[in-house]
Ligand binder design. Structure first.
Ligand code: TZP
Ligand code: MG
Length: 209
């Protein structure tokens, strides 16, 4: 199984990254300490995700940060991404694993302890746990679970968890206290005037927590 560091997990959103774009945002964020970058582009099609993903891969080369593709198996394979991330409404983790093979990381979003407990650690490498807080970034998100809800998910998960949903640098300590291995953010980095500094703030907060 591949090693991975969930501590500062950037989820890219094309709308929120519209200013300097997803690739430049990722390049700067990784310079600031982002450890994982997820391409989550629900607007474009597979061809566009492949083009963006290839550019992201080039931008991240040599940084040690891993590139994850949301939902799109074909794009993940064409890019030779480090991983694929799926949600509960997407294909099943078993189906995703069969399609991406044994080497690629597989992440799964969970929104309850029941879903976290049901994770098969032979199939899934990590979970995205939450949503901790309500967030306008994902208008259709499930009921926010707060820190206790996050801790309840993490406690029964057989794989490491990254916390998500309305998180900013000052939340790192609470996420760590709840047992998460990192914080996943969109708007705390995407669209910020200085994505590198924003990522560095989160990395510092995580390191000091
Ligand atoms: N899944 C659950 S909440 C969320 C996703 C993708 C969006 C998180 O965005 P932000 O801006 O970090 O609150
Ligand atoms: Mg999905």
């Amino acid at each position: 199984m591949r090693r991975f560091d969930l501590s500062v997990y950037l989820v890219l959103d094309p709308g929120l990254c519209a200013g300097i774009g997803m690739v430049e945002t990722a390049r700067l964020a990784v310079r600031g300490g982002a450890t994982m970058v997820q391409l989550r582009d629900k607007q474009g099609g597979t061809a566009q995700r492949i083009a963006t993903g290839r550019a992201l891969k080039a931008a991240l080369a040599g940084s040690g940060a891993l590139l994850i593709v949301n939902d799109d198996v074909e794009a993940a394979r064409q890019i030779a991404a480090d991983g694929l991330h799926v949600g509960q409404g997407d294909m099943s983790p078993a189906e995703a694993r069969a399609l991406v093979g044994p080497e690629m990381l597989l992440g799964l979003s969970v929104e309850s302890p029941e879903l976290a407990r049901a994770v098969d650690p032979g199939v899934v490498d990590y979970i995205g746990a939450g949503p901790v807080f309500a967030t306008p970034t994902k208008p259709d998100h499930r009921q926010p679970v707060g820190w206790e809800g996050l801790a309840a998910q993490v406690a029964v998960s057989p794989v490491p968890a990254v916390a998500i949903g309305g998180l900013k640098a000052p939340h790192a300590a609470q996420a760590k206290a709840a047992g998460a291995q990192g914080v996943a953010v969109v708007s705390a980095i995407c669209g910020q005037s200085d994505p590198e500094a924003a990522a560095r703030q989160i990395a510092r907060a995580w390191g000091e927590a």
